[in-house]
Every structure is written in structure tokens, then in C-alpha cells.
Design a protein around this ligand. Structure first.
Ligand code: C2E
Ligand code: MG
Ligand code: MG
Ligand code: MG
Length: 292
């Protein structure tokens, strides 16, 4: 704001900016204590097979409930955690917790669920990342093939800190790799050929528009065709309507995830929800109809 204010160039900080900085500092301060104060938790959003309707996996999503401020959105605190480096201890906690809760759900439900955990660029740079993942698997007893790491396209393209080597090591452990928000980054096909990935997640912006915008529909169809051509499974994110779900079934998308199917929920509720579904965990959609 001060920059635009040409007459007042000596005024480096406007009051708004001061307030923003103060808010940021207090949020940073609060985030530093969030982990120790047990204010962080994970919610899980199911992913379903579009051929059987069965739940095949779940994505772990961080939640922060501040005692005074209430729910703080990941869109606000993940970037802050990333900038301050707090994502490293928070991310370690998330790996450990997702593996532990995922394993408990597998045992409780007798189902072979994949647990997806998001990885941010800063975590990817972390020297002992592979060790952190190995420890989480060992301590929880979760099978490596049940763990999927979600990275974004751009993370595939920056080979700093040996992160591509880490990707290889993660695959050697037996864990899976998926590309999140696919279609929004700058990944060229050569990266997909070079680094084997197990799944692509079509970004929700395309999924949302696919019913109404022919270009978005073409993008979704193209990503599905490309994935199948490369033998990579494909999951659509952010499915919000029956129409979107039908479109994806028609286009032979493998899996889907989104609020229309189920909102992210704590592990306890996730387990209860699956126990309540008949058909060996086949989900019915938010409008009460069975998928298949
Ligand atoms: P993401 O990995 O792309 O996760 C999907 C986001 O879409 C989640 O937002 C989820 O709640 C939301 N979502 C799911 N279905 C729908 C839908 O039908 N409609 C709409 N509008 N949204 C839907 P959330 O939980 O706010 O997380 C935002 C982002 O924060 C995630 O995007 C991910 O990049 C990051 N994040 C979340 N948890 C973690 C974590 O444990 N570690 C790291 N490094 N990043 C995380
Ligand atoms: Mg994700
Ligand atoms: Mg995504
Ligand atoms: Mg994302």
C-alpha cells in the first residue's frame, strides 16, 4: 500500500501493513506452539473406485484448531509453515500420525486402504526425509505399499538437495508417489517418463468446470487418456456434484475424491462412516444414491 502512495514515500509501512505484519507474527507465534499444544489434527477424505464404488484410500489433510481463533484454514497456515520451516516438524508429525491412524483403520475395517500424505517443497528438501518416512512406517506397522506421497509437478522439476534421488529411495521402500493438482504446474511429459509415478490427481479447478466448460472437459479427458496410455492411475479431486461424478465415470477416470462423496473427517468418524456402509465399504454419494 505504501508503494502506491506516491506522495508519502517516506511512509514505508502503512497502518494496514503494520497490522498485517502483527497478525502474521502472532500467527507464526501461535503456529510454533500448535504442535506441542495438540492443536493440530488430521482429517481424512476417502477416495473411491469409479468401477466398484469401494473406498480405495484416503488423503490425510492437516487441521489446526486454535483455542481462541478456532479453525484456521490450511490455505493460511501451510504457506506460513512453509516459509518459517515449521512445516518440517509438523510434516514429520503428519507422516507419523497418518501412518498410525491409517494402520488402525485398516485393522479395524479389514480393508486395504491407501493413505496419502501431502509433501511440501520445503519438506522435500529435508535431508532426512526418507528416514522420517521409514520411521513412520516401522513405528506404525503400515505396509509401505499402503503409503502414497503426494507431490506437485513443480517439485519434480527442481532437482535441488537431491530430491529426485529421495523420490527414487521412497519408491524403493515400496511407497507410492502421486502428482497432486495435476495440470496446474509446468511439468513436461519427459518428467513423467523419467520419474515413475503411480497416480495423477486431476486438479479440482478442471473437475469443477468440466460439466459446463468444453475446454475444461477436454483437459480432463486428455489427462485421463494420457494417464492410461502411460499406465498411471488417475484420480479426480474436488468432485462436488452428481454431474461431475457421472462425467468422470463416463470418461473412465479410475477414482474420485470430493465433498460430493464425503468431506474430510477425523479418523474416528471416517471409520464409523465406512462401517455404516454396506457392500464392503462401497460408498453411496451425498445425494443418497449408490454409485454403481
Ligand atoms: P490438496 O492436497 O490439493 O488437498 C485437496 C484440498 O481440497 C483440501 O483442502 C480438501 O479439503 C479440499 N477439497 C476436497 N474436496 C473438495 C470439494 O469437493 N470442493 C472443494 N472446494 N474443496 C475440496 P485443505 O484441506 O484446505 O488443504 C489445502 C492444501 O493444503 C492441500 O491441497 C495441500 O496442498 C495442503 N495440505 C493439507 N494437509 C497437508 C499436510 O499434511 N502437509 C502438507 N505439506 N500440505 C498439506
Ligand atoms: Mg493433496
Ligand atoms: Mg490437490
Ligand atoms: Mg494442493
Amino acid at each position: 500500500a505504501a508503494k502506491e502512495n506516491g506522495r508519502n514515500q517516506h511512509q514505508i509501512f502503512s497502518e494496514d501493513m503494520l497490522k498485517e505484519t502483527a497478525d502474521r507474527l502472532s500467527m507464526e507465534h501461535a503456529l510454533r506452539h500448535a504442535l506441542a499444544n495438540h492443536e493440530l489434527s488430521l482429517h481424512y477424505q476417502p477416495q473411491i473406485s469409479l468401477t466398484t464404488g469401494a473406498v480405495t484410500g484416503m488423503e490425510a489433510l492437516l487441521r489446526w484448531t486454535h483455542p481462541r481463533l478456532g479453525e484456521i484454514s490450511p490455505a493460511q497456515f501451510i504457506p506460513l509453515a512453509e516459509e518459517t520451516g515449521l512445516i518440517v516438524p509438523i510434516g514429520e508429525w503428519a507422516f507419523m500420525t497418518a501412518c498410525r491412524e491409517g494402520k488402525a483403520l485398516q485393522d479395524e475395517l479389514g480393508m486395504d486402504l491407501t493413505v496419502s500424505v501431502n509433501l511440501s517443497p520445503r519438506q522435500f528438501q529435508q535431508r532426512n526425509l526418507v528416514q522420517v518416512i521409514e520411521n513412520s512406517l516401522a513405528a506404525s506397522g503400515l505396509a509401505a505399499r499402503s503409503l502414497e506421497i503426494e507431490i506437485t509437478e513443480n517439485m519434480l522439476m527442481v532437482n535441488s538437495g537431491g530430491n529426485l534421488d529421495k523420490l527414487q529411495k521412497i519408491r524403493e521402500l515400496g511407497a507410492r508417489i502421486s502428482i497432486d493438482d495435476f495440470g496446474t504446474g509446468f511439468c513436461s511429459f519427459s518428467y513423467l517418463l523419467q520419474y515413475q509415478v503411480d497416480r495423477l490427481k486431476i486438479d479440482q479447478s478442471f473437475v469443477k468446470q468440466a460439466g459446463t466448460d468444453p475446454n475444461a472437459a477436454a483437459v480432463v479427458r486428455t489427462i485421463i487418456a494420457m494417464s492410461h496410455g502411460l499406465n498411471i492411475r488417475v484420480v479426480a479431486e474436488g468432485v462436488e456434484t452428481d454431474e461431475q461424478l457421472r462425467f468422470l465415470v463416463r470418461r473412465k477416470c479410475d477414482e474420485a475424491q470430493g465433498n460430493f462423496i464425503s468431506r474430510p473427517a477425523p479418523a474416528r468418524d471416517f471409520g464409523a462412516m465406512l462401517r455404516a456402509t454396506a457392500n464392503n465399504g462401497a460408498m453411496h454419494t451425498a445425494n443418497g444414491r449408490w454409485l454403481t
